[in-house]
Design a binder for this molecule. Structure first.
Ligand code: BGC
Length: 701
């Protein structure tokens, strides 16, 4: 859109919003600040009744195209000012076509991966009638025990900022009126990834230095590319719930960053300020939320129950309410919802059938995978193998392959690793056994929420043993064994923190027993967090981290195992050797007793907390050489920049990708800084250097 057209549009939007605010009653304005839950577990009166009286600005937890149009019709034709609704849902890594989980996409170290994937997610979600997704999740996390690490981009603010910007661009594009895009939502503002002990929802204590240097940068990156909405976090940040936190919501977000979109609370979080002890009752919670600039109340009805009265009694002015409503109406107008409020109910089927959506999912998954070990270049495997056994509880699980955070009502339909390998080896005999089941010791409330996830009765010890023996028998009959181990989808995500990072259940026991057979064994990991696979790291020569890879996950794993794709991902997060070593991350400050000092004191006396696999690590089927490092100047002053260049050459025989990673270190200053900090990266495909053909040698910067 040209600049002139844009400002004309902005003028029209502003005029429309002014006119609306003039005619709306106070109750209707408060209604715009209310997000109504469309699911059975949502409290409050029926959605239809709230919408009809102008008591709803948005609806969430509903995924039903026909119903969207029905509700929208009520809003347009029956509510006092006929303001369209915004339909919102968590579309975290795909709507119908599922992409690798966000942690995996960050492992691609290629912002094009989340950008392209989220643009497909947006197109499908919009075709279903949704306008707004609750993503990207931008919480930096350095504690692998925290379940929601799977939803973010890992531990580093620089990498996470690049991924944040890419996801916002993917969801929103650069024009909010684009009918193939959805509004993005930067969440959870801020600090949620630092909950005490990695325990979900527990309080967070962060110094301003940690906040500004580590936690806030991805959010700022999202603002810089125009994210339209934010979501507050659940927990207390330095003893003030993020939902009523004026420092975050007013000082940082509005005053410093100039954010002019709107903020929604996390689910029920306005009312939860009473439980947290920040407000004495719901009336006070509403006041604290409204005063701190929290525009929209996600489904706790604290605003609709109290805001008008707060104005009447003089605790708030109507102008303060207008200030909160304005950005919500503005977004609706900018999106063109007043002109085009309904969705074409025939569109979704056509859109999800587009073959390029699956192709993008396969490409994303291939690029996200990280080769952790490949002793003696055992991988890629030959396709000439006769008998392969595929073993493990997640080897044929569509849920585990698609991963955590499915869209409401979505039925998992991923190509599993077993299916992918079978498709890749049409002439081989590919056998399968799951081995003993794995399950959470304590179930989650979310388990019942997702489709097809009823908790099955637990295996008895005898059933577990029978499954173990059957897996061993299957292994004995094969020439080669591919173990697919890890976690199920509900073992990571919200309310899915754990104290240990070991492979759950009897998986390691099975792995050891299979290795003892003396046959070639390869390991594929499906998981949403770092796992402390210490024994495997020593004893299994080839290990592929496939994460939770999405709809085409099994095909992408097979592509890599059998050499149709070369892995080039790198870890976006440190893999600790034990859960009790968390938080563990690379960007630590130098202490008075560094590892290389003669006075060095070990950090623990019962095992050094060194990473099993470090941040930025990942192998390839080929080799690379870095040379000719050039730096544009030896010294720079504050505020100046310099350029660092290096030549990267592929010195092997296969084409492949390398990620050039640039780290800096501040030697001294009034604030000490980490030993290394990522400040630049680029995933590249250097030309292959063939010794026998030096003339053709090309080098890529
Ligand atoms: C989660 C959010 C999510 C919201 C709406 C909450 O439980 O913390 O990340 O967007 O629910 O589903």
């Amino acid at each position: 859109m040209s600049k002139q057209k844009k400002s004309e549009n902005e003028g029209q939007v502003e005029a429309r919003v002014d006119a609306l605010l003039k005619k709306m009653s106070l109750e209707e304005k408060v209604g715009q600040l209310n997000q109504v839950g469309g699911a059975a577990f949502s409290p409050g009166p029926a959605a239809e009744d709230q919408i009809r009286k102008g008591g709803a600005g948005s609806v969430l937890w509903l995924n039903d195209t026909k119903k969207f149009n029905e509700l929208q019709k009520i809003a347009i034709e029956e509510s006092p000012s006929g303001i369209p609704l915004l339909f919102a849902l968590d579309v975290i890594h795909g709507y119908h076509t599922i992409f690798p989980v966000p942690l995996a996409m960050a492992a691609s170290w290629d912002p094009k991966v989340p950008e392209k994937s989220q643009s497909v997610a947006a197109k499908e979600a919009r075709a279903a009638g949704l306008h707004w997704t609750f993503g990207p999740m931008l919480d930096i996390c350095r504690d692998a025990r925290w379940g929601r690490i799977v939803e973010g981009a890992g531990e580093d603010p620089y990498l996470a900022s690049a991924m944040a910007a890419a996801q916002v661009r993917g969801f929103q594009g650069d024009d909010v009126s684009d009918s193939e895009r959805v509004l993005a939502c930067a969440k959870h503002f801020a600090g949620y990834g630092y909950s005490d002990g990695g325990r979900d929802y527990d309080p967070v204590y962060l110094s301003e230095s940690q906040l500004r240097n580590t936690v806030l940068p991805p959010f700022k990156a999202a603002v810089d590319v125009g994210v339209e909405t934010f979501m507050s976090a659940y927990m207390d940040l330095n003893d003030v719930p993020a939902t009523g936190n004026r420092f975050l919501l007013r000082k940082v977000l509005r005053d410093e960053w100039g954010f002019d979109g709107f903020v929604v609370s996390d689910a029920f979080a306005v009312a939860n300020m009473v439980i947290q002890g920040h407000a004495k009752d719901r009336r006070e919670a509403a006041l604290r939320g409204l005063k701190s600039g929290m525009n929209m109340d996600m489904s706790s009805y604290t605003y609709t129950d109290n805001a008008a009265q707060l104005v009447e009694e003089g605790s708030l002015t109507e102008a303060e309410i207008d200030e909160l409503v304005r950005p919500i109406l503005t977004v609706k107008a900018k999106m063109g919802l007043f002109e085009k409020p309904y969705v074409d109910e025939t569109l979704l089927d056509k859109v999800i059938a587009l073959p390029e959506h699956r192709a993008t999912s396969r490409w994303s998954a291939q690029r996200s995978m990280v080769l952790l070990r490949n002793e003696g270049g055992l991988l890629p495997l030959s396709k000439d193998v006769k008998k392969v056994a595929v073993l493990g509880p997640v080897a044929d699980s569509m849920q585990a392959t698609e991963g955590s955070w499915m869209v409401f009502g979505h039925t998992p339909a991923a190509v599993t690793v077993l299916q992918g390998i079978r498709a890749k080896l049409p002439n081989a005999e590919v056998t399968y056994a799951s081995g003993p089941e794995i399950r959470r010791d304590i179930p989650s409330w979310f388990e019942n929420l997702m489709a097809g996830q009823e908790r099955k009765p637990e295996q008895t010890p005898a059933e577990s043993e029978a499954a173990f023996q059957s897996a061993l028998e299957t292994a004995k009959a094969a020439d080669q064994i591919i173990m697919v181990l890890g976690e199920t989808d509900i073992m990571a995500g919200e309310a899915a923190s754990r104290a240990s990072l070991d492979l759950p259940g009897r998986q390691e026991e099975l792995l050891k027993a299979v290795v003892a057979l003396g046959k070639p064994v390869f390991l594929v990991l499906l998981n949403g967090r770092p796992l402390s696979i210490n024994w495997a790291a020593e004893n299994i020569p080839a290990i592929l981290e496939a994460w939770e890879p999405g709809t085409e996950g099994g095909n992408a794993v097979a592509d890599i195992l059998f050499g149709d794709a070369n892995p080039g991902g790198k870890l976006p997060v440190t893999f600790p050797r034990k859960g009790s070593h968390a938080p563990l991350y690379y960007a630590r400050n130098t202490t008075h007793s560094p590892e290389d000092s003669p006075m060095y004191n070990p950090r623990y006396w019962d095992g050094l907390p060194v990473p099993l696999y470090p941040f930025g690590f990942g192998l390839s089927y080929t080799t690379f050489e870095f040379s000719n490092l050039k730096i544009s100047s030896e010294k720079i002053k504050l505020g100046e920049s310099l350029t660092v260049a290096v030549e990267v050459t592929n010195t092997g025989k296969l084409a492949g990708d390398e990620v050039a990673q640039l780290y800096i270190h501040q030697k001294h200053g009034t604030d000490t800084r980490p030993m290394r900090e990522l400040k630049g990266f680029e995933r590249i495909t250097p030309a292959t250097w063939r010794k026998e053909d030096c003339d053709l040698q090309t080098r890529q910067r």
